[in-house]
Design a protein around this ligand. Structure first.
Ligand code: SF4
Length: 91
């Protein structure tokens, strides 16, 4: 792949090793709140969704970019444990 390869194709080479313990805890967020709307809008991987009055996270799809934590500092988020998480093949 070259520098001109579209982002979606480059991301297709990304490897995920899912941690059995989620590295995201969105329980402090309430659906419809500014923080919930912010994390849903900013996450490039579509990790967050609202279900009823709760916010749920599909941590297995996380790209570890940190954008959600930047817009919602009260979010429970840390890097996945060693050996798990995302590995980028095409920076
Ligand atoms: S770190 Fe990035 S990819 Fe992961 S949940 Fe937050 S915004 Fe989404």
């Amino acid at each position: 792949m070259s520098e001109r390869t579209p982002v979606n194709l480059r991301l297709g080479t990304t490897r995920f090793v899912t941690d059995s313990q989620s590295h995201i805890d969105p329980s402090a967020l309430r659906a419809g709140s500014p923080a919930a709307r912010a994390v849903i809008a900013v996450c490039p991987a579509g990790v967050y969704r609202e279900v009823g009055d709760r916010v749920l996270a599909d941590a297995a799809a996380c790209l570890e970019c940190g954008a959600c934590l930047a817009v919602a500092p009260d979010l429970g988020w840390h890097y996945p444990r060693g050996g798990t998480g995302v590995t980028f093949r095409q920076g």
